[in-house]
Design a protein around this ligand. Structure first.
Ligand code: CA
Length: 247
C-alpha cells in the first residue's frame, strides 16, 4: 500500500497491509473507470475493468478476483442481474454495488441478491476505498483475531474470552447488551446489518416495533467506543438500511 493514500486519519501502527487484491471493476462510464482505476491502483490493487455485464461474467469465469465493484446501470444486462448470476454460479467474492441516489430499491434488491454493500453515486473516493478495504478484510475468514480471541480497532481492544473491552489498557464498562451488540458488529464487520437483524441476533426476538431500541443501544455504545461519537468512525449508520461496523 502506498504511504499517503487511503489511510488518512489513521495512526501508522493501525495500517493493515493488504496484499495486492484483484478487483474487477464493472462500469460503463469511461471517466469514472479512469478515476477509479487510478485510485485503486495507487492503493496497491490490481484492477481489471469492463463496461458491460456479459464481459464481467466472462472475466469472472476466466480469472480469480477478490472483489467486484459493480455498477447497477449497465448497458444490456444490468448490475443486479450480474450480481444474481455471479452468486448463482457459486462465486462468493465480495460485491460492492454502485447505485444512483434515486435507486433506493436497487440497494435493497442488490443486497437481497447477494451484494455485500453499496455506495451511492456520486461518492467520495475515500469512502469507496474504505469500503473496499473493509470488505477485503472481511473476506479473509470469519474473525481476524490476534492471538487469543482478541480483536483490535482504533485504540479499542476486545477480549472475547474475558468479555472485556479496553481503551489503551483501561477497561470500558459496557452493559451486557452493549457487549453483545459490539460482538455482533465485530463478527459481521463490513456488512450492512438491518435493525431487524440486530434485534433477531442480539436481542433474540423479532420485534420491528422496537427497532428504536437498537438505535438507543448503538448510541450508548458509540459514546463508549467512538473517538468522536457525533461523527462515528466505526459504527456507521447506513441510511434506511441499518448499521455497518468498519473496525
Ligand atoms: Ca452506468
Amino acid at each position: 500500500m502506498m504511504p499517503d493514500t487511503g489511510t488518512q486519519g489513521r495512526a501508522p501502527d493501525e495500517e493493515r497491509a493488504i496484499p495486492a487484491a484483484r478487483i474487477l471493476l464493472v462500469e460503463d462510464e469511461p471517466s469514472l473507470v479512469l478515476t477509479l482505476r487510478d485510485r485503486l491502483v495507487a492503493n496497491g490493487y490490481h484492477v481489471e475493468s469492463c463496461g458491460d455485464g456479459q464481459s464481467a461474467l466472462a472475466l469472472a469465469n476466466r480469472k480469480p478476483f477478490d472483489l467486484v465493484i459493480l455498477d447497477v446501470m449497465l448497458p444490456g444486462m444490468d448490475g443486479l442481474d450480474v450480481c444474481r448470476e455471479l452468486r448463482r454460479r457459486g462465486m462468493e467474492l465480495p460485491i460492492l454495488m454502485l447505485t444512483a441516489r434515486s435507486q433506493v430499491v436497487d440497494k435493497v434488491v442488490g443486497l437481497k441478491l447477494g451484494a455485500d454493500d453499496y455506495v451511492t453515486k456520486p461518492f467520495e473516493m475515500m469512502e469507496l476505498l474504505a469500503r473496499v478495504e473493509a470488505m477485503l478484510r472481511r473476506g479473509r475468514g470469519p474473525l481476524l483475531l490476534t492471538g487469543e480471541g482478541v480483536f483490535c480497532f482504533g485504540d479499542i481492544r476486545v477480549d472475547f474470552k474475558r468479555a472485556e473491552v479496553c481503551r489503551n489498557g483501561e477497561v470500558i464498562a459496557l452493559s451486557a447488551m452493549e457487549y453483545r451488540l459490539l460482538r455482533h458488529f465485530v463478527e459481521n464487520r463490513g456488512a450492512v446489518i438491518s435493525r431487524d437483524k440486530l434485534l433477531d441476533h442480539v436481542w433474540g426476538y423479532d420485534a420491528t416495533a422496537f427497532s428504536r431500541t437498537v438505535d438507543v443501544h448503538v448510541a450508548s455504545l458509540r459514546q463508549k467506543i467512538e473517538p468522536s461519537p457525533q461523527h462515528p468512525r466505526f459504527i456507521i449508520t447506513v441510511h434506511r438500511l441499518g448499521y455497518r461496523f468498519d473496525g
